[in-house]
Design a protein around this ligand. Sequence first.
Ligand SMILES: *Cc1c(COP(=O)(O)O)cnc(C)c1O
Length: 483
Amino acid sequence: MSESLLIDISKLGRKAYCFPVLDLPRGFEQALPEIPQELLRQKPARLPEVSELDVVRHFTRLSNQAYGVDNGSYPLGSCTMKYNPKLSEQIAKLEEFTSIHPLQDISTVQGCLSVMYNLLEDLSSITGMRWGSLQPCAGAHGEYTGLKMIRSYFLKRGDVDRNKVLVPVSAHGTNPASAVINGFEVVTVASDSEGLVDMDDLRSKLDSSVAALMLTNPNTLGLFEKNILQISSLVHEIGALLYYDGANLNAIMGMATPGDMGFDVIHLNLHKTFSTPHGGGGPGSGPVMVNEKLVPFLPKPDIELTDSGYVYNWELPDSIGKVSMFWGNFLVLVRAYVYILRMGSEGIRAASMHAVLNANYLKSRLKDSFEIPYAKGCMHEFVVSCDNLKKRYGITAQDIAKGLIDCGYHPPTMYFPSLVGEALMFEPTESESVETLDDFADTLIALLERAKADPAYLKGCPYTTPVGRLDEVKAVKEPNLHY
Ligand SMILES: *Cc1c(COP(=O)(O)O)cnc(C)c1O
């Protein structure tokens, strides 16, 4: 049943509050400045009038309807919905972290600065980069920052005609968007039959007008770009830079680094790989990490460790400036740092190995029932196509996704990457046990059988949710957010 709005159950005069008896002297109002007539409200605001119990029940019911990784598995490919350890929450809640202000005297926030400094050191070693900035507040924001540094790097060298950024077709939509926002022209690079960067197409597009190639590795098909060293030398030979979309580092953490692969700049999504809660628009954190070439262009201020403690360094003449108020989402940084400390280097490596193992296990459980276009081993995620299902039974990727909701699972990512028709992208993450993966695979296979026998049933899914199938296009094109 759909939950009524509080305004719908409002009853005139019902209250959820009660004020203490006024203990100010009689007539105290006369001492207050008079509010101009035109600023006074003419009629009472239309607010919900409800009891305390109404409010408690309303929000408790809503919270029961919410689905998160604490309710069940959430195989949303590319989003890395892994478990968020409660330890990180407890530490991020400490008053020493929550009750500070970024403008207070630096001598009083040395602990917080040490968290950020140490986090930057750890992220530098995990990515094989020289240093970075924690300011960006999301993956896309990190991309923006990285490309802005690339632009400054070329301007500084007087190399002013590089106006193109190459982006593979399989890339996340934020890649071309970030390039355009930075004033670059986007040139798409094709994928070959294995789902990897098409080397001939890449060669044909590399020339002195190219500033950078943006690459995700493993790519969004869950495949490792095995020609990466060759790609890196081709890109550098023409004087361009190599950008790593590290939103999802979950396949390679502790095993390989973008630095060793030849990348010059990378952004990370702490709210994916480094296990901080996400979804619903934030808060996120998308640190950007760079090698020597780009260090001078990092956002400022930097944090430095001196004999008298941590200090801010604003004397960075080539810096692109600030990209965020203060330090980005500080409490997300705390959670990520706790995760890294708690896991240690062995734990981080083990997390990646389990993430890859889980994805391969699920893929092998599904391979006889579903069409899997790039069938070779995958990394942390893989993509299934419902093209044949659609042709033979009229069943789409969206139908399968909606059917899964009734089975108690969050759907996988749909219709991405766009080079796979009717795509479903699964990323189980390292959090799930083999029993959960088996149950999930059994559920999907049973759903598929039911769908083939009775397509009309699947077309009506979901049946168990407060609202049924929504008109998603209309919701995007004509959002109606008014009561
Ligand atoms: C999630 C994601 C992004 C964008 O990250 P946001 O924090 O949502 O801006 C970019 N690239 C890839 C591959 C991603 O999975």
